[in-house]
Design a protein around this ligand. Structure first.
Ligand code: NAP
Length: 244
């Protein structure tokens, strides 16, 4: 389904990002991914990717830093020749009520979750325009759709990603480039490890957290040729949490 395509995934070392890398690789794409730290998680993801037989590489890059993203994207282009699929997955939380949220805590979350998306798209925009093809998939959150107490910084960043996604979809439609967002609810990863409780699961109609693989397969579909008519859309995957 994705044979011959090159994907670049931010935050690919663990959690949803790793599942996205593996779903894309299982569909045949070569995969480059980045994270801030090198180490065990990166090595594990690389080992799992190699088992699928695709070409893969990991890069150390903080997506909040424009210059690091520019250098990393240049290196990926040099190593792989091009990029066909961009998945903006890297994201952080710093949850607390606004009363006690420090300006730097607001700034850090916006810098990673929103500016990180701007930085990668800015770098690959000319590449996709020239190819007259490309897939951009941004990982937002249901917090960005309905808001969440204690997550003003995170929800603002994820809502902004949706506005960014719809704008880029309109900007690049004439170039045959699609741009969509995925808005997960609670998914089992390091980010939500401290949240999982019976009470919270009870509020989810499907009565469970999602699995990272369930987000990965949705992203792989959006990256495929079959999804060519879908752009500017937001796909909620939340076990029914926000349906009404
Ligand atoms: P996670 O398990 O904490 O993994 C985050 C990944 O992003 C790691 O690979 C991390 O590696 C990388 N990362 C974080 N900050 C980065 C930065 N500044 N530059 C580059 N890489 C960075 O998180 P997750 O739960 O998989 O979440 C992935 C995405 O899904 C995020 O955007 C998150 O907001 C979104 N999401 C998650 C859930 C959920 O329930 N889990 C729900 C809705 C949305 P390093 O730490 O080494 O940088």
């Amino acid at each position: 389904m994705l044979k011959g395509k090159i994907a670049f995934v931010t935050g690919g070392s663990r959690g949803i990002g790793r599942a996205v890398c593996l779903a894309l690789a299982s569909a045949g794409a070569d995969v480059a991914f980045c994270s801030r730290s090198a180490g065990e998680a990166v090595d594990e993801t690389l080992a799992l990717l190699r088992e699928t037989g695709v070409r893969c590489a990991a890069y150390t890059c903080d997506v909040a830093d424009y210059d690091q993203v520019a250098a990393t994207v240049s290196q990926v282009l040099a190593d792989f020749g091009t990029v066909d699929i961009l998945v903006n997955n890297a994201g952080v939380t710093c949850d607390k009520l606004l009363l006690s949220m420090k300006p730097e805590e607001f700034d850090r979350v916006i810098r990673t979750n929103l500016y990180g998306v701007f930085h990668t798209v800015k770098q690959l925009y000319p590449v996709f325009c020239k190819k007259r093809a490309g897939r951009i998939i941004n990982i937002s959150s249901v917090s960005g759709v309905i808001g969440n107490a204690g997550q003003a910084n995170y929800a603002a960043s994820k809502a902004a990603v949706i506005g960014f996604t719809k704008s880029i979809a309109k900007e690049l439609a004439a170039r045959n480039v699609t741009c969509n967002a995925v808005a997960p609810g609670f998914v089992e990863t390091d980010l939500t490890a401290s949240l999982d409780s019976e009470a919270l699961r009870g509020q989810i109609p499907l009565k469970r957290f999602g699995k990272a693989e369930e987000i990965g397969s949705l992203v792989a579909y959006l990256a495929s040729d079959d999804a060519g008519y879908i752009t500017g859309s937001v796909f909620t995957a939340d076990g029914g949490l926000t349906c009404c």
